[in-house]
Design a binder for this molecule. Sequence first.
Ligand code: PLP
Length: 402
Amino acid sequence: MNDPNRVPLDVSDLGFSTSAVQAGEARQKPESAITDPIFCASTYTFPDTASVIRYIEEGQEREEYGRYGNPGEKVAEKKLAALEGGEDAVLYASGMAAIVGLLMAKLNAGDEVIFFDECYHRSREFCSKHMSRFGVVTRQVKACDYDAMEAAINENTKMLISESPTNPHLSVVDLEKFAAIGKKHNVETLIDATLATPFNVRPIDYGVDYVLHSATKYLAGHNDLLAGVIIGSKTQLESVRKLRGIMGGINSPHNIYLLLRGLKTFSLRMERHNRNGQAIAEFLESHPKVEKVYYPGLPSHKYYEVAKKTMSGYGGLITFLIKDADWRKTADVIDAVKIPRIGPSLGGVESLIEQPLVMSYFQLKPEERAKFGIFDNMIRMSCGIEDAEDLIADLKQALDSI
Ligand SMILES: *Cc1c(COP(=O)(O)O)cnc(C)c1O
């Protein structure tokens, strides 16, 4: 373990792309292979009883049983912590497993959490339907209403939670304000930064306690796996890691290999996602059949100034409204595109398109959908890394066809 060849490169003064490729990885790996191997092992053995005792007493860094971690996962955790500028990272089998794992580890009966109301519908559902069964109270306030968030804090409040940017409205949280409210009231803060990624924003730099990602999206980036991660301080994540060892929501070694492979090109992919997102958002805004575009990189966006201040790029997710269209006419646009496939998810190399009304909110009544700001004429597109000109030409022919 003290072999200098096993120590990863110190990336603290190196660039983001160098970190994405090199951080967390031993200089020399098993069998001198350049890649980290996939260890298909449910358990890890000891040569004798004395070694078991040494492992327990000295807290040696090695594996024990697969539910507590595996070697590839440790590499991915170190890499993700380095990219995010955090001390430690805990990986999970999905983004939702990460949210559930964090909240279960941190909240007790009688505690309260406050959410900005624009959030991933399953996070909201977990809190309102399940944390409530354990006596945790969830309060929701309007997204980016900092006064309302502060007013909702009381002596039981334990965590402030938001996404940034939010999905699908792309509202951008002023992280300085958000973190300051938490610090002032001694309440922990969590940002789900899945849509931004550490390439575009690093909430920990603003004083946010925990950053969460569905690594299924941009971090893995190839629409081929599910994973989730929480980044924060070692002390704050200790109880989170312990509970994960009990709940077992861990990633398989195969999955981790794909995640590590995806992360090598993270910077390159994000540059393209950002460029495609900006170009396509500008095209959509200029099209006469488009009523409104939600994209933080457009000066018309409600949170453009906050985004410009805190983000270095705005990602590949765009939401837009079709002018004078009911849900069927909107669906006609989706059915007319030829390059993006119809499906949920985002952040992968392949472009995806969907109608939130149909994909995620079809069973809700129109009044309920309106409450969440989901309109019948809304389309959400995740721009992949194809050529922007091709995607624009495709969207143009689809819009012109209705
Ligand atoms: C997809 C997503 C999640 C859930 O992650 P999974 O990996 O699908 O479990 C949470 N938050 C946001 C913002 C997401 O986009």
